[in-house]
Write a protein that binds this ligand. Sequence first.
Ligand SMILES: CC(C)(COP(=O)(O)OP(=O)(O)OC[C@H]1O[C@@H](n2cnc3c(N)ncnc32)[C@H](O)[C@@H]1OP(=O)(O)O)[C@@H](O)C(=O)NCCC(=O)NCCS
Length: 294
Amino acid sequence: MPLRSFTTADLTGLSSALDFGDRILQHRAAAEVDDRFHDKPAKAAVLLSDDGRLTPLGVAVVYPAERRPGNSLPPWAMQFVLKKGEHRRLCELVSAVLPSEGCEVWVRPEDEGIVEEIQRCWPAAYNCRRLHLMTIDLPVAIEPLPSRPLDPNDPADLAAVVRVNNAAFGDHPDQSGMTQDSVLVKLAGPGHTAEGVRLAEIDGRINGFCWTQIHHRRGLGEISVIGLHPDVHGRGLGAAMTAAGLAWLHRQGLHQAILYVESANLTATRSYARLGFTVTHDDVSWMIPGSADD
Ligand SMILES: CC(C)(COP(=O)(O)OP(=O)(O)OC[C@H]1O[C@@H](n2cnc3c(N)ncnc32)[C@H](O)[C@@H]1OP(=O)(O)O)[C@@H](O)C(=O)NCCC(=O)NCCS
């Protein structure tokens, strides 16, 4: 079968396989394109043409998704690229790495051919979430909230981030249920630093934070998480809290930042728009059932 599977250790070898002029993974190893793939126990498959030349036609990468305990979504997410005109090979590519628990598969909504293929191959698949990728040039004009870095050796700081995060995110599928341990694990990830986690004192206690990440290879900053305690919501502080993270990214020499936000989160999207963020594109997730659901 013209299909081969990879493990994380092989990910750097994907660069030549990905060199077929498509969008997100173009000319690069998956780990270079998206730091989420770095050092994670991911599975990847490359689909090759069966015309004797074994040209790469598509790549699918599966990575663990952070979920709050008890969440009903599967613990895996997948991104893939298929060469234009090869939509009909989708089932083959995705099935090669589909975990038995199923998977949340991310696609661009304008890829109608892909969406039709998903519905044809997996009739039980359903449309789950829509994220905006928003982009902004730095610096921004809005005055940041005064902030200081997280001290990862201070249990009170860790507790403050956990308290604000869990109050702010309720039952959000990815972001809720943070613990002091999960703060430290996230902090150890690529592009994360304690200095890049900006804490803000509001009404006499730490009531807000903005967690930034730097994609060094792309020279790009990311607002990874922004959270305000519900006690201080609705006072127009969201933009200023985000501005604290953006100011820190700009001090690191960066001139552009991105973030992902659920399109339904109107409070957040309005606050980002006020800062000057614009939507670059949307990503839509489809839940594809695995064999465990049979
Ligand atoms: C998102 C968050 C940081 C925004 O901060 P905030 O101080 O509560 O929000 P603001 O008071 O600045 O309001 C932001 C905008 O949303 C608007 N807004 C508030 N509630 C709204 C609603 N239910 N529907 C539509 N717009 C709403 C406000 O009018 C304001 O618009 P404007 O800037 O055009 O005046 C904060 O609500 C939060 O921490 N939420 C939980 C965590 C979260 O969702 N983080 C972002 C994930 S990416």
